[in-house]
Design a protein around this ligand. Structure first.
Ligand SMILES: *Cc1c(COP(=O)(O)O)cnc(C)c1O
Length: 392
């Protein structure tokens, strides 16, 4: 039987065909009027996609490059920062803070959970330079409440900058960047915007620009002030990933096209799409007898699923790949073998989710030996889709 490869990983995610065509055709030199027009167009689109009046910069690097830039550009050695961590990506903020000699106060939540606001309030010191967090912690598929952390910072007397890794949050979560006061919000190309890895984008508030003037940590390739100056002219400081920029433009056109050409509305539709697919996946897998790893605060970017005691989640990952060509991902670090993760961000539709659940029915029965009634997972998901359709 034919097995189509179907990517269900939370980055890289499935590619949009229109973006692939745009990338294949993008043999443009980056110091030309043609590229400048493209770059300016994409930067303007990104502002709408992020939903902010702040500057949005585009960097040629994976998401971690923009995370590093938001430490190196905003802090000085010895600065106190607050890091909220509940997974592998939160731990990356801790490592970055250390790499740039910041003094990191750390609020930790167990894997699969989110933060206790009281603990965050207590840990936020008046001299904190910045608070670093994820919008969605992809390693555990947990959504953190950015709005309430933002409010808590506003109500404190700290004046700390709020820096949010929205790499899987953008396109799966609604943000009010300017209303809440998010100073830096970071996205990555291989997540909800349906193109390959290699670009990161970030919004930067006026408060963050001002903070950069006094920040003393070293930076060279990721000098945001230099990028801002160049971006005004439609350029980047160094050779950008030209083909990816063309692909990103096509992907943002597609997202706008889903809402009659209105990118702001298209972004909302993309978020709703991820949320509905995530809800349907949770309903389907729960109906099959699986336990969700993050039931209290599930992300729409991905769903983390626990496997029954005594079973290695790698067995599920392997069986889905070998039998159906369906690629999901194992847990990271200590979570390896305990969970598997299924993505919903970007170019997924309800029929993709039904395909996944159909495959999971076979895996649950034949690989894990669970009692399965065929159609039970699919039926639970169909109900979620039907409700979503009737309420929209
Ligand atoms: C994918 C991802 C990143 C970035 O990882 P890169 O490999 O550098 O692209 C950062 N944070 C989160 C939450 C992610 O999901």
């Amino acid at each position: 039987m034919i097995r189509k490869t179907r990517l269900f990983t939370p980055g890289p995610t499935p590619l949009l065909p229109a973006a692939q065509f745009a990338m294949a055709a993008a043999d443009i030199h980056h110091r030309t009027a043609e590229f400048r027009a493209l770059f300016l167009k994409v930067l303007a689109q990104l502002k709408i996609f992020v939903g902010t009046k702040n500057d949005v910069l585009l960097l040629s690097c994976s998401g971690t490059g923009a995370m590093e830039a938001s430490v190196s550009n905003l802090t000085s050695p010895g600065d106190r920062v607050l890091v909220l961590t509940a997974g592998k990506f939160g731990e990356r903020w801790v490592e970055l803070a250390k790499a740039f000699n910041c003094q990191a106060d750390v609020v930790k939540a167990p894997y699969g959970q989110t933060f206790d606001p009281g603990q965050v309030r207590e840990a936020l010191k008046p001299d904190a330079r910045a608070v670093y967090m994820q919008a969605t912690e992809t390693s555990t598929a947990v959504r953190h409440d950015v709005e309430s952390i933002a409010k808590l910072i506003q109500e404190s007397n700290s004046g700390a900058l709020l820096v949010v890794d929205g790499i899987t949050g953008l396109g799966t979560t609604h943000f009010d960047v300017d209303g809440w006061g998010i100073d830096v919000l970071i996205g990555g190309s291989q997540k909800a915007v349906m193109i390959p890895p290699g670009l990161a984008y970030l919004s930067v508030s006026e408060k963050a620009w001002a903070a950069m003037e006094s920040a003393k940590n070293p930076r060279y390739y990721f000098d945001l002030r230099k990028e801002r100056k160049n971006a005004v002219k439609g350029e980047s400081a160094y050779t950008p990933a030209v083909a990816l920029v063309a692909g990103l433009g096509a992907a943002l056109d597609y997202i706008a096209g889903q809402a009659g050409g209105d990118l702001g509305k298209g972004r909302i539709a993309l978020v709703d799409n991820a949320q509905i697919n995530a809800a349907a996946t949770r309903a389907g897998l729960t109906a099959l007898g699986f336990t969700l790893f993050a039931p209290a605060a599930p992300a729409a970017a991905a769903t983390a699923v626990a496997v029954p005691e005594g079973i290695d989640s790698g067995v599920v990952v392997k069986a889905l790949r070998n039998r159906f060509g369906l690629i999901v991902t194992n847990g990271q670090g200590e979570m390896q073998g305990k969970i598997f993760r299924v993505a919903h961000l970007g170019f997924f539709d309800c029929l993709d989710t039904i395909a996944l659940l159909g495959a999971m029915e076979h895996i649950a029965k034949d690989t894990l030996g669970l009692p399965v009634t065929y159609g039970s997972a699919v039926a639970a998901a169909q109900k979620v889709f039907a409700e979503a359709a009737s309420s929209s």
